[in-house]
Design a protein around this ligand. Sequence first.
Ligand code: GDP
Ligand code: MG
Length: 183
Amino acid sequence: MEDEDDYDYKMKIIFTGDMGVGKTKIIQRYTRKMYYEKDMPATIGVEFHWKRVYLKDEDVKIKALIWDTSGSERYRAVTVGHYRDSLGAVLVFDITDANTFESLDFWLKDLKRSVRKECVMALLPNKIDLISGNSEKRQVSEEQIVEFAKKNGLLYLGECSAKDDINVTETLDQLVFEIKEKQ
Ligand code: GDP
Ligand code: MG
């Protein structure tokens, strides 16, 4: 068993974005290296997970507390209160569903209202596995994504797949690194 209290830094990162975009699966992939095909019951309000992150070339142990929030409006009152002390936030959308990209303005506004200015935000487009060999399924272009990230000052390291384990750890480890650099 890992010792939960053995760390040099502790940071809280929250996930946001529409329901169904893959937030819970990304968190499972990152914190437990797993992807369950079967869907768990929808997250109600908030749920938290943690992962110890070791940064390359640095002798520090970081405990990343990851808060999974429900995208459902019904739970807004529960989720907003949990935003305040977050040092990082991840905005997730599904590249095969343009509506989830359009919702990002809402989620971003919601975040900005609730987190501190220092909070580092990342953009994580999910489900790229669905467009490999099937590019007509793509509903949001890379240019749109890059522009959105740039306009809003979001960390963006490419699209990901929780299912095929592409770019999840890279993006989230980089987010952890950037948060730590700001401390
Ligand atoms: P959440 O509501 O944002 O937490 O979304 P979930 O993590 O519950 O995922 C919603 C649905 O999308 C589930 O049926 C997942 O199996 C599916 N899903 C999540 N990530 C991926 C992915 O990377 N690729 C594919 N093809 N499906 C995914
Ligand atoms: Mg979920």
